[in-house]
Design a protein around this ligand. Structure first.
Ligand SMILES: Cc1cc2nc3c(=O)[nH]c(=O)nc-3n(C[C@H](O)[C@H](O)[C@H](O)COP(=O)(O)OP(=O)(O)OC[C@H]3O[C@@H](n4cnc5c(N)ncnc54)[C@H](O)[C@@H]3O)c2cc1C
Length: 476
């Protein structure tokens, strides 16, 4: 049985970032488990055409591991995966990685005060368990009637079938979320006919992607202060969009206007305009960024299908109006099952009784919160994502949120010492950087936006049923 001090489940941004921080803090007893073939998480699993980040690359990376060499403002998937692989190699994490190892469940043994982690490669004992399983790692496909009858191939966007040649074929993309609006422009003109199945229209704002010039990259490499200022400027710009999400805010109208102008400039057909117009206020759902989605939707070989799907039939998809779309292949861009921050069955004992320990008067059991988090308390289980939805693309992005956590976790993972009680910090001295991060702007804005959203929900009441935060199949 392998014994480690810290067991990390997941080798995406969260698991790798924490591994780097643990290494930097002098920890050498930890392992990172991932069911996938290697590190990268989201950026290894997803390889669909057109995939890139929708947070500017200089922000979509850790400040403690900067990359002045991003080629584009929004870099493609291969570059992000290469960045994460580089972190693994440069920080000696390769030997700590346990790829192709799924964590099935974990049980806290309160007598030994250790986690018993059940993996596909055997049991592992750990003092601290970190759930870095990601919120968007389990593909979600709605249960369509008759799907098994469909004679063509179909796959989820995160399990792309690169062997199937889509050229000239009749292809459906189901969903119009953040993933779909990257896939559709990439397939338009390649597929013979592309049907885009829409349940609700998204707001789309300009993306403004461009390649960095060689001179820019050289300057960012050479002058670290310049790179930091650029990152700080990008962070403030992204975070400032939060204020536009709230109907009461003075920035709400300019943000709505910005999206409307983009829409009116790009969509000319009145009938298509009507069907592509969102029926909720901006910010209630994820705001998307694209310069080529609307142009793609206007191509003669691309069709927006807003009639609901009735069922799949052998030759394609039958709509509720009785018509049938004949298809050669179907791509589900229907998002991910929000598995919660815990991922594996943490806290449950694989059929054995729960390890129970009264903490704050409640049993020590991870109860799942279907908005994406674990309701604590569970001793030494550290979920990486905050409960609640990840915010939209016009925001600083997930690594910035994770940054705060992975900077704090090494200190939090240290064994507590009795002198801590006298100091009043429970035996954990937090590094100054983590304390600064706790007071940071990002956190305050995050809290502010949560409060605003709660107030808006109360104000909007049931008048806007679409104004809920986290869709079932998140991202789409
Ligand atoms: C297509 C796509 C594009 C995205 N683009 C952006 C973007 O531009 N900006 C942004 O901020 N966010 C984006 N996101 C969100 C993205 O998921 C986060 O930015 C970030 O990559 C999450 O990192 P993570 O480490 O928390 O999770 P992940 O990257 O999902 O990694 C979790 C890892 O845990 C592993 N795992 C899960 N359960 C188990 C288990 N039981 N046992 C073993 N291993 C397990 C998974 O295999 C996976 O490798 C995107 C998501 C998707 C799907």
């Amino acid at each position: 049985m392998e014994t480690v001090d810290v067991a990390i489940v997941g080798a995406g941004f969260g698991g790798i970032g924490l591994g780097v921080r643990l290494g930097q803090s002098g920890y050498d007893s930890f392992a990172v488990f991932d069911r996938d073939e290697g590190p990268g998480g989201t950026w290894r699993a997803n390889t669909y055409p057109g995939l890139s980040c929708d947070i500017p690359s200089h922000l979509y990376s850790f400040s403690f591991a900067p990359n002045p060499d991003w080629t584009h403002r929004y870099s493609p998937q291969e570059e992000i995966l290469a960045y994460l692989e580089r972190l693994v190699d440069e920080h000696g994490l390769r030997e700590r990685l346990r790829p192709r190892t799924e964590v099935r469940s974990a049980r806290f043994d309160s007598d030994a005060r250790r986690w018993r982690v059940d993996t596909t490669a055997g049991e592992v004992e750990a003092r601290v368990l970190v759930a870095a399983c990601g919120q968007l790692s389990n593909p979600y496909v709605p249960r369509f009637a008759g799907l098994e009858d469909f004679e063509g191939p179909y796959w989820h966007s995160s399990r792309w079938d690169h062997d199937f040649d889509l050229r000239g074929k009749r292809v459906a993309v189901v969903g119009t979320g953040a993933t779909s609006i990257q896939i559709v422009p990439a397939l338009a003109g390649v597929a013979g006919r592309l049907d885009v199945f829409q349940r609700s229209a998204p707001y789309v704002v300009p993306r403004g992607d461009r390649a960095y010039t060689r001179a820019e990259r050289r300057a960012l490499r050479r002058f670290d202060l310049l790179r930091r200022l650029y990152r700080a400027k990008t962070f403030l710009r992204q975070e400032s969009f939060i204020f536009g999400f709230s109907p009461g805010s003075p920035l709400h109208k300019p943000l709505t206007r910005w999206a409307q102008n983009h829409f009116e400039e790009q969509v000319t057909d009145p009938e298509l305009r009507a069907r592509l117009t969102p029926d909720y206020a901006i910010g209630c759902k994820r705001v998307l960024i694209s310069d080529d989605y609307y142009p793609a939707m206007q191509r003669p070989d691309v069709e927006l299908v807003s009639e609901p799907i009735d069922r799949f039939v052998p030759e394609g998809i039958r709509l509720r109006d009785g018509s049938v779309r004949e298809l050669d292949a179907v791509v589900f861009a229907t998002g991910f099952a929000n598995a919660g921050a815990g991922g594996p069955d943490a806290g449950r004992g694989g059929g054995r009784p729960h390890a129970r320990r009264a903490v704050g008067g409640r049993p020590a059991r991870a109860s799942r919160d279907d908005r994406g988090g674990h309701a604590q308390p569970v001793p030494d289980l550290r979920p990486q994502h905050e409960p609640g939805p990840q915010l939209g693309a016009v925001h600083a992005g997930v690594p910035v949120q994770l940054h705060r956590r992975v900077s704090r976790q090494p200190a939090a993972a240290r064994p507590r010492d009795p002198r801590g009680a006298a100091r009043g910090d429970g035996g954990v001295r937090r590094p100054r950087a983590a304390a600064a991060a706790r007071l940071g702007l990002g956190r305050r804005l995050h809290v502010l936006v949560q409060e605003r959203r709660r107030a808006d929900r109360e104000q909007l009441g049931s008048a806007r049923p679409a104004a809920t935060g986290w869709p079932r199949g998140a991202r789409g």
